[in-house]
Every structure is written in structure tokens, then in C-alpha cells.
Design a protein around this ligand. Structure first.
Ligand code: SF4
Length: 255
């Protein structure tokens, strides 16, 4: 997929999200928040759901939590424009309550399509609801700062998930804020490892493709071969009086 195609796919998803009525959260939202960022990024940040400021502006992580996320990114020399940021649910749960399982399920296809379009090398999860989509069955107090290969069923074809605390939680807890800086410091290394893994998989897939292609190629006649085929070793598909292969030239192009 080219960057332009990726951008178009993301804009198509955003247009659907803005008018979505698949779950009850559409009844209380001001604006849906599809997500935003660099369509050519290798890193996707996934939060839980929009808060009050995000609901008002229709953009993700624009309040104090967004400011802290920008600080975290700056600590590793990145800007929010370098990544793509979205949420598990695209509409604000009233009163900032946790999203309900049926709301998460209703919204999941949008995140899945965003992952398919972006094909990120790393998915950084922000908070426990996002983490549960990529690292089911773990607790964030133990899993923060750790990685796991994302299940391709999520839409991420070949991505490493890195669990991070939600910035809003870190703002309320100085220890968590300190740990958040330690956790995000791992991100550049995690990205390098994910890039290497993807490059090596792509090289293996290309080598396997080449090998299977050459195995199906019909051997061409050897121009150095004697003009009279050996009647004992010549393959039965060769006319003993000619070096022309029995497979017509137009079929050779099929291989
Ligand atoms: S949260 Fe998701 S599924 Fe629910 S209305 Fe908003 S966009 Fe649609």
C-alpha cells in the first residue's frame, strides 16, 4: 500500500467513525475521535477512549494527558507528528467511565482496519483496556514496559506490542509517571528489533518465493549441448530430431 492509499484508507475509516451509531456512546458524544497522525509511521499509539477535551475537539489526546504523552515522546526525541494516535473506543464514555465490553466490541472493527492500513511495526498501548486488546490476560502493573508479538487477528500483521500506562493515570501518580518515562525509553529499541524481525521475515519470504519459482521453471535447452541428443538420456518430451522443447514458447511465459 502506498502512503497515499494508506491516507485514503484512514480518511475513509475516519469518515465512517464520525457518523457511527453502532453503540450507545454515539448518543452522548459531541464529536467522535477517529484518531490522527502520520500515515507513514511505524508506530501506533492506542489509548482507551476520548476524554472531555477530545470529545469537544474531535482529536485524540489534546488535554493534560495528551500534554504528558507529548512529554513522554519528547523524552525519546520524538514528536506526536511522527506517530499515529487513536483509541479503543472512538466516542467518549459519559463521565469518563470505563468503556463497556459491548462498546469495545462494537468499535473494534475500526481499530482493526486502522491497523491493517498502517501495518505498524510497533503498537504502544496506553492503559489497561488498550493493553487487553494486544496482551490479553496480564495486569498492567506487571506488564507495563514489556512487549509481546501482536496477534495478527488484531489487524496488525507483524507488530510488537509495548504496554505503557495511560498518561492520565501517570498524571495522578508520580511513581507511575517516573515508570512511564522508563517504559517509553524502551520504545526506540523495541522499534529497531521489530524492524529487524520484519526485514528478516520479508527476506525469508522473498527467498522462499524465488526458490518455489525456480522449482517450477522448465529448463531451457543448453546452447552448448551437442546438436544430436543422446538417445539414451534425452527426456521423453524432447523430439529426438530437434532441440525444441515440447512445451510451447507461449506457455514458458507462464512460469
Ligand atoms: S464508540 Fe465506536 S462503535 Fe460506538 S458509536 Fe462511537 S465509533 Fe461507533
Amino acid at each position: 500500500m502506498t502512503v497515499a492509499e494508506r491516507q485514503a484508507a484512514l480518511e475513509g475509516i475516519a469518515a465512517e467513525v464520525r457518523v457511527c451509531t453502532r453503540c450507545r456512546l454515539h448518543e452522548t458524544r459531541t464529536k467522535a475521535v477517529p484518531g490522527e497522525g502520520n500515515p507513514d509511521t511505524e508506530v501506533l499509539f492506542v489509548g482507551e477512549g476520548p476524554g472531555m477535551n477530545e470529545d469537544r475537539e474531535g482529536r485524540p489526546f489534546v488535554g493534560r494527558a495528551g500534554g504528558f504523552l507529548v512529554e513522554l515522546l519528547a523524552s525519546i526525541g520524538w514528536r506526536r507528528e511522527d506517530v499515529f494516535i487513536t483509541n479503543v473506543v472512538k466516542c467518549r464514555p459519559p463521565g469518563n467511565r470505563d468503556p463497556e465490553p459491548d462498546e469495545i466490541a462494537a468499535c473494534a472493527p475500526y481499530l482493526q482496519r486502522q491497523l491493517e492500513a498502517l501495518d505498524p511495526a510497533v503498537v504502544a498501548t496506553l492503559g489497561r483496556f488498550s493493553m487487553a486488546s494486544f496482551m490479553p490476560g496480564v495486569r498492567i502493573t506487571q506488564a507495563h514496559g514489556t512487549t509481546r508479538l501482536a496477534d495478527p487477528a488484531t489487524g496488525a500483521r507483524d507488530a510488537t506490542a509495548l504496554a505503557l500506562y495511560h498518561p492520565a493515570y501517570a498524571l495522578r501518580n508520580p511513581d507511575v509517571a517516573r515508570e512511564s518515562f522508563e517504559d517509553i525509553a524502551r520504545l526506540p529499541g523495541v522499534l529497531t528489533e521489530a524492524r529487524d524481525r520484519r526485514a528478516s521475515r520479508a527476506a525469508s519470504a522473498a527467498a522462499a518465493h524465488d526458490a518455489s519459482r525456480s522449482a517450477t521453471m522448465t529448463p531451457m535447452p543448453d546452447p552448448e549441448a551437442p546438436t544430436t541428443p543422446d538417445p539414451v538420456t534425452a527426456p521423453p518430451t524432447m523430439d529426438a530430431g530437434s532441440l525444441e522443447p515440447a512445451v510451447p514458447d507461449d506457455q514458458l511465459t507462464l512460469f
